[in-house]
Write a protein that binds this ligand. Structure first.
Ligand code: CA
Length: 227
């Protein structure tokens, strides 16, 4: 999943970026409202973490921009302006969540996970699909009860396909949601990651969990869960 953090306090921005990348997210950053607004327009982010007191363009204006383009991107406001009227204003303007500063990183991460889950019927942190069990809080995956030793990007691909099970996902969409803008990505690299992922899965499972749909992309079929 790909995040954008719009925050002008450099130290906080760096800490957030590092922490969230460690959690397996692709993370882009902007230090002012104008850049943030443009980036939100150019890329498909799963969640935008938005500060309100920003140079260039206030966070509330950035939020209005995002919503005026009727974008469905989730927005979490992270601000020192955390009075009840501030929160009401932000939520009424289309923010999906609001967290006051100072905050606890673990709470922020849990809220991001929750926002991502809201897109899907998935309400639990654990997903069961065919022989696969995915723990989105632990960022771990198991096949037929055997834990997979996955690289962060491999886990991210598997999670994205699992959350969209039954839908064919193109290599381009995977790149858009799993790599940040500094990554120099080709669809070939997606192929390599998928191939490695399949090798790891096939150690514990005969059937092909990740299906290739020629010329379109990849899919995990819904199928029965083996709970
Ligand atoms: Ca600020």
């Amino acid at each position: 999943m790909r995040l954008l953090i719009i925050e002008d306090e450099e130290q906080l921005l760096d800490a957030l970026k590092r922490g969230l990348m460690k959690c397996g997210y692709a993370v882009d950053t902007a230090e002012d409202g104008i850049t943030g607004s443009e980036m939100a327009y150019q890329n498909e982010y799963d969640v935008i973490i938005l500060d309100l007191n920003l140079p260039g363009k206030d966070g509330i204006e950035v939020l209005k921009d995002i919503r005026a383009r009727s974008m469905t991107t989730k927005v979490l406001i992270l601000s020192a302006r955390s009075s009840v009227p501030d929160k009401i204003k932000g939520l009424d303007l289309g923010a999906n969540d609001y967290l006051g500063k100072p905050f606890d990183f673990l709470e922020l991460e849990a809220r991001i996970r929750n926002l991502i889950r809201r897109d899907f019927v998935q309400q639990s942190t654990v997903i069961h699909l065919q022989n696969l069990t995915l723990d989105t809080a632990q960022k771990s995956a198991a096949v037929n009860g055997h834990k997979l030793d996955l690289q962060p990007k491999e886990y991210a691909i598997l999670e994205y396909l699992a959350l969209h099970s039954g839908t064919v996902i193109s290599a381009e969409e995977l790149i858009e949601h799993i790599w940040d803008e500094e990554a120099d990505m080709f669809s070939m690299s997606v192929k390599v990651h998928i191939s490695n992922l399949r090798k790891k899965i096939s150690a514990y499972c005969d059937s092909s969990l990740i299906v290739t749909v020629r010329g379109e992309g990849y899919m995990i079929a819904k199928g029965d869960s083996h709970e």
